[in-house]
Design a protein around this ligand. Structure first.
Ligand SMILES: *Cc1c(COP(=O)(O)O)cnc(C)c1O
Length: 320
């Protein structure tokens, strides 16, 4: 396949280092991949995906990029910054707490002011707030917003939630190359799926097994992961043919719901700050690390383990 166009935005490769004190405490050889330090627009895993997504937006001569997410979306913040840097307009629909209808709307949730919402305002993102509803309502509203810009005569590039298109997954297949095959396990937060799909694909052929810790109570997510892996196959011309059961996806540490901090996640945030001086976030990486801690303490996680820190720290500053 021709290499997709890549716009350099992130500071790569991100640092990779051992967590000595946590290793001793948890009884594993624990390392961390610092994608919280991708640099651009305060960092996070979306920086890698945006390098390729913005490449496609420019290839299509887009004037406006449209997406959606929760109000505290790290993706919208980084997308807004990427659009600024490339002279494009960024428009997005945000819901405070999108939810899955079977799980229902959870109580609580991080605040809808400060944090990423403030950063979106500073960036001048055209952020349209809509009342809470399910993810499908949110995706439909984003599509309607794209149509609004098209009717106004603009060329629009639409990006799926979290940047999880084949190009987003491709970015993480490439990210795996920064690490090599030296780990027994990689543990990462998983939500819209392209981080897990990309890493899983990228580590095929090594001994490394990727575990995705869910941040969204969506038991059907492995189906989405397999569909996205199929899109990635079509992009790369490889035929990995991954199926839902190929993905190790754990729903045990979601807590009360998407965007709602969990006691275990909050404890993990304090733990890593106090043992290593590293900040996690309440929506994704804190929950993922709480899963890693539980798996290590139960003996299910052994050997050389890499925690893939996906960022999200601006959400620590969300408030009501
Ligand atoms: C988006 C995000 C994730 C989840 O990544 P996906 O590719 O959407 O599964 C994890 N952590 C943080 C901080 C994020 O912003």
């Amino acid at each position: 396949m021709p290499e997709p166009r890549r716009i350099p935005l992130a500071c790569l490769p991100t640092p990779l280092h051992r967590l000595d004190r946590a290793s001793a405490d948890l009884g594993i050889d624990l390392w961390i991949k610092r994608d919280d330090l991708t640099g651009f627009a305060l960092g996070g895993n979306k920086g890698r995906k945006l390098e390729y997504l913005m490449g496609e937006a420019l290839d299509q001569c887009a004037e406006v990029v449209v997406s959606c997410g929760s109000l505290q979306s790290n993706f919208i913040r980084q997308l807004g910054a990427a659009c600024s840097a490339l002279g494009l307009r960024c428009a997005a629909v945000g819901m405070h707490l999108p939810y899955d209808p079977p799980a229902g709307k959870p109580e609580g949730g991080i605040g809808d002011k400060g944090g990423n919402v403030l950063l979106d305002e500073i960036l001048g993102v055209d952020l349209r707030r809509m009342p809470d509803g399910d993810w499908m309502d949110l995706f439909a509203a984003a599509h309607a917003l794209a149509e609004e810009y098209r009717r106004a005569g603009k060329r629009v590039y639409e990006v799926p939630v979290g940047g999880s298109s084949a190009l987003g997954a491709y970015a993480f297949a490439r990210a795996a190359e920064e690490v090599g095959g030296d780990f027994d396990f990689v543990v990462t937060a998983s939500s819209s799926g392209s981080t897990q799909v990309g890493l899983h694909s990228g580590f095929i052929g090594t001994r490394t097994r990727v575990i995705g810790i869910a941040c969204d109570p969506e038991p059907e997510l492995p189906n989405d992961l397999a569909a996205l892996a199929g899109d990635l196959d079509r992009l790369t011309g490889r035929s990995l043919g991954l199926t839902p059961s190929d993905f190790d996806f754990r729903l045990d540490w979601v807590g009360p719901g998407y965007g709602v901090p969990s006691p275990e996640g909050n404890a993990a945030i304090s733990y890593l700050a106090r043992t290593e001086g590293v900040f996690l976030d309440p929506v994704y990486s804190g929950k993922a690390f709480s899963g890693l801690m539980a798996l290590a303490r139960s003996g299910a996680l052994t050997g050389k383990v890499l925690f893939w820190h996906t960022g999200g720290t601006p959400a620590l500053f969300a408030h009501e």
